[in-house]
Design a protein around this ligand. Sequence first.
Ligand code: F6P
Length: 259
Amino acid sequence: MKILIFPTSEAAAERVAQQILTTVRAKPQARLGLATGGTMPPVYQRLVTAYRTGQVSFAETLSLNLDEYVGLAPDHPCSYHHFMQDTLFAQTDFAPGHTHLPRGDAPDADVESARYDALIAANGPIDLQLLGLGPNGHIGFNEPSSSLASRTRVKTLTSATLAANKRYFAAGEQPPKYAITVGIGTILDAREIVLLATGPSKAKAAAQMIEGPLSAACPASSLQMHQNTTVVLDAAAAAELQHLDYYHTVHPEGREDAA
Ligand SMILES: O=P(O)(O)OC[C@H]1O[C@](O)(CO)[C@@H](O)[C@@H]1O
């Protein structure tokens, strides 16, 4: 893993956006694995700006998102379909038939998981997989105890994740208890992975992911096994790392201390 530590969350998001733009400019038909969650809007805003200013086109790009809540239809305001439409797809020239997420409202979530896994296999490998990080170390909705070889399937969300994501739902509305998520094995098949984690709530998970043992207790530690992963942190998310001299620290003026 290459670890980059930026002074601010804005600088970290900018670095991730630039990596996505570089991939799409080099290969307009790139297959992007995209992520949702509160960490991603600053990245997607930058992609939208790049599109609006003529710096990039996504017209030929394929996107395959990581996950969706079981039971939520695409038009539910808290569905990840809605999140992606709102923050990225409707604001750029992604072709509607090129943007994929698991269907949370499918009549049988297991059948839908198998369909989605086959879709990724048919279109893969993913060129660039974008990831956020759950405060409990999850990637996608691969909660602690997920098999490190898992494929797309239904996962039961932990109480910690339900509590963390409750803020995205209306008062009194319970977040779904299950999600369809691409598996860790599927994530590790990507040619390139970039994970973005910002803010103090990610510090413990970031330290376990980078410095902890490879373990299903921290699903993100599986990225230690991937040959082309960049982890982008802001200073708050890097606060619990013990070995700062192992990593690349990027200073406000852009100077980088090489690891
Ligand atoms: O960015 P957040 O909201 O902290 O979420 C962290 C991760 O958890 C998820 O919400 C679960 O998939 C991801 O979308 C996200 O990458």
